[in-house]
Design a protein around this ligand. Structure first.
Ligand SMILES: Cc1cc2nc3c(=O)[nH]c(=O)nc-3n(C[C@H](O)[C@H](O)[C@H](O)COP(=O)(O)OP(=O)(O)OC[C@H]3O[C@@H](n4cnc5c(N)ncnc54)[C@H](O)[C@@H]3O)c2cc1C
Ligand code: FES
Length: 293
């Protein structure tokens, strides 16, 4: 069922298969990135993840206090991954929205982190979606820019041209730009602090009007309303799209059914194993219950 590529076990659908169980990783950096934080962990024994995959993370110490939470690990998209001496350095972009994300945002170098992954289905490259597609348009909203940073790096290494559009609500809900190695980023902000004043989907609408729009696949991650706008804009123009969705996740590997998302044609998928990346046609709506910061 699986083949090996370097240190990776790869399934027939291109997914990098995670080793069983959680691994103890060491925090090697934690820095401010706009209104968010980027923390980095050295994963000594894990494989290099693909863009769009995620990890279930928990601090090894002070994970939950007297009130009992956080207990379960929290799902995190990998924002960048780099093979380094002694393992793979994993970068995560975090927005503190509750006790789990705030504890992870406060991790200090030298502390230990439990990580399970890489999990889930990654983004497919444009030609895997359609042999006619030459390029990519990346659309990120808020902390949802995380998986697009590693996707941008992956596409760049493969020589695939990509245009990147990032949108933020306001200056406090903005960051992660330094994770993008490309020079050309087009920005939108609702408060006007950076780039176009308005929504990132305004920028996408302009690109989709261009003659070459049909030669690119659109990749998006961000708040549900943004993802739904992207899905419907691309569907009406027959532009292939992949969306990285979020739902609350308890296990991350298909056992609890807590991440069920309705699919087009009826029934449900478990987003942790059948996603988190889905094609626009697979779902009726990206307005998934329980998702969004
Ligand atoms: C595949 C995947 C990748 C993710 N990647 C990132 C990432 O790169 N960076 C990042 O900061 N966050 C990411 N998240 C969201 C993150 O897992 C949640 O924000 C986190 O679990 C909240 O835990 P908490 O204890 O801080 O807050 P809680 O007290 O559990 O929740 C605080 C608020 O966040 C909402 N929330 C809880 N879980 C989720 C969720 N899974 N998705 C959306 N909203 C949620 C709740 O409704 C509540 O309003 C990702 C989630 C998934 C499923
Ligand atoms: S999170 Fe448990 S089945 Fe998906």
């Amino acid at each position: 069922m699986s083949r090996t590529a370097g240190d990776q076990r790869v399934a027939v659908d291109g997914r990098v298969l995670a080793p069983m169980g959680r691994r103890r990783c060491q925090i090697v950096a934690n820095r401010e990135s706009g209104g968010y934080r980027v923390f980095s962990a050295l994963d000594r024994d894990g494989p290099t993840p693909r863009a769009g995959q995620f990890y279930m993370l928990a601090a090894a110490e002070r994970w939950g206090g007297e009130d009992g939470r956080p207990y379960l690990p929290r799902a995190f998209s990998v924002a960048l991954a780099e093979p380094v001496e002694g393992g793979v350095r994993l970068d995560f972009l975090v927005e503190g929205v509750g006790p789990g994300t705030e504890r992870l945002a406060a991790l200090e170098p030298g502390e230990a982190l439990w990580a399970m992954g890489p999990l889930g289905r990654p983004f497919a490259h444009p030609r895997e979606l359609d042999p006619e597609l030459a390029g990519a348009i990346l659309v990120g909203g808020g902390v949802g820019s995380a998986p697009l940073a590693i996707l941008r790096a992956e596409l760049s290494a493969a020589g695939i041209p990509a245009r990147t559009l990032l949108g933020f609500r306001d200056i406090a809900h903005s960051g992660g730009l330094d994770l993008f190695t490309c020079s050309e980023l087009r920005l939108a902000s609702e408060d006007g602090h950076a780039g176009h004043r308005g929504l990132v989907t305004d920028l996408l609408a302009v690109l989709l009007q261009g003659d070459d729009a049909r030669s690119a696949a659109v990749y998006a991650c961000g708040p549900p309303a943004m993802l739904e706008a992207v899905r419907s804009m691309c569907a009406s123009r027959e532009v292939p799209t992949q969306l990285a969705l979020e739902t609350p996740m308890a296990c991350g590997f298909g056992a609890c059914f807590g991440c069920a998302v309705p699919i087009a044609g009826g029934g449900y998928m478990r987003l942790c194993v059948d996603g988190p990346v889905v094609t626009g046609e697979e779902i009726l709506t990206a307005l998934v219950e329980g998702s969004g910061h």
